[in-house]
Design a protein. Sequence first.
Length: 285
Amino acid sequence: MNNTALALLPLALAYIMFTLGAGLKPSDFKVIANYPKAFFIGLVNQVIFVPLVALAVVLATAPPPAIAFGIMLISFCPGGVTSNMLTYYAKGNVALSVALTGVVSLLSVVTLPILITLAFNHFMQDQAGSISAVKIGVVMFLLTALPVTLGMLARYKFTDFIVRRSGILNGLASIFFVLIVFAAIASNWQLLQSQFTQIGLELIFIIVILFALSMLVSKVFNLSWFDTKTISIETSVQNSTTAITLAPIIMGVSTLPAIALPAALYGVLMYVITLPIIFLIRNKN
């Protein structure tokens, strides 16, 4: 991947987050008051359970350090517009999904720098150099929180235009997502060929465990099936674009490093795993 294309990655992520914000409106966050228990469970699942499940799988399978850190990196990332779309297809609570995605994306400005620093120090301790939590926090603000906020402002100021053009905006975001995923795969093709089976199985384990765990937790707390489907999808689907974009920034390199590979493969596998599950649960009462 050349330097020009790599430099465009942050802009692509910022645009994707802008489209997320453009799909939000203040009334969307009223769902927090309407479904407080479901929202809190979804928030805890996303921020705490996802990294813990990823850590358990990584410790059990012991992949190479760069791959282990890459898997943890994707687990730290919030969900994106993909989780909202999949929730819609699953006939879930789209308002709850949108609120969770928006809040967790804003919280990631704080959570990601802390978690990334801890994981880097543990899995990449033999890696030359170090990372700055402050720098990552600033980058996260510029690439996620700020674009989301600007998207919400654009929705508020130019409501008719944004609503009419939402299909085009989201379509372009999807194109950027696909290009980013395949760029990361192409940049690490040889490593993928040697590690495909192990990385693939680890990611599949994580996605399936998160689905099952979310269903179980939702049942324990007596959530409706409507909310259970939503929380399961929101917990199991992460924003791989964020992880891929952060990878070269974390490593301080001018190409996509190996730590981006799990996120790239995840960007494909999440559809392979979640779509059949959604097909099974969408009409189930």
